[in-house]
Design a binder for this molecule. Sequence first.
Ligand SMILES: [Zn+2]
Length: 137
Amino acid sequence: MTEVGNLTAVVRGVRKRCPRCGSRPIFDGWFALKPLCPRCSLRFEQEEGGFLGAMTLNYAFAFLIWIVVLAIVLTFTVPHPPVPELIAMSIVVLVGVPLWFYPRSKGAWAAIEWLANRTDPDYRPPAPRGEQARRLE
Ligand SMILES: [Zn+2]
């Protein structure tokens, strides 16, 4: 199995694919990330609570979208901004974007964790395994 570049790994994570081998599906439903990659057995959550980083990514992305939309609306409507519409837009963006981005943020964070672990001097790339070895695990 060849090692991929950093950007490729993160893009794979955002696309809900395994950052190491690119296979999918790595989710059971919209919210549940499988503990291991079904193909290369990469452990996605390296430690308990490891997805706090994914949560941070998710909120940061939602906030970025919200602030961009808010700035665009205010640019064109000042001095009379449509306050009720802005409140409705804020609720939709700050609830909808995190729900939509949730699995992508978890995939991206799994990629970041894997990339961080890959720089460990003791890290070894996965050895190719046959179907029989996978069945025995
Ligand atoms: Zn994999």
